[in-house]
Design a binder for this molecule. Structure first.
Ligand code: SF4
Length: 129
């Protein structure tokens, strides 16, 4: 089972505890979060709208409606993708293990999480504080 994930969602999934933009978004996030943990999952990395964004009410024509947000999100993706090989396909559990080793201090996620509207609810971010 292959999942398409943009860079910064590799952190967000680890912090997910049921918050999201609407019911459909949350339901999909729950499904993806379970799938990515399964041994047979394959992750294809991306720097644009992914399998999570597809259920976001702010997505139109594959872009975030808010242009300012779109460029901010791309920078967040870059922070992660620059430390991985974007062209590789990864085994889900192995990739998340690797990502957890790289992003394991508040400093390491400063450019990704500090402006995120969910950071007060995000278990991944709170764990680093
Ligand atoms: S604080 Fe925001 S950007 Fe950072 S991992 Fe959590 S949800 Fe993702």
């Amino acid at each position: 089972m292959k999942i398409n994930l943009r860079g910064h969602h590799l952190l967000c999934l680890q912090g997910f505890q049921g918050y999201g933009y609407d019911e459909n978004f949350i339901k999909n996030m729950e499904i993806i979060n379970e799938k990515r943990k399964s041994e047979g999952s394959i992750i294809q990395l991306s720097d644009s709208a992914d399998d999570i964004c597809r259920y976001c009410p702010n997505l139109e024509n594959n872009l975030c409606q808010n242009e300012k947000n779109d460029s901010k999100i791309k920078k967040m993706d870059y922070e992660i993708l620059s430390k991985l090989n974007k062209n590789n396909e990864y085994n889900g559990p192995e990739l998340f293990k690797e990502v957890s080793k790289i992003f394991n201090t508040l400093e390491s996620v400063e450019n990704i999480c500090s402006e995120c509207k969910w950071h007060k609810e995000c278990l991944f971010y709170l764990k680093l504080k």
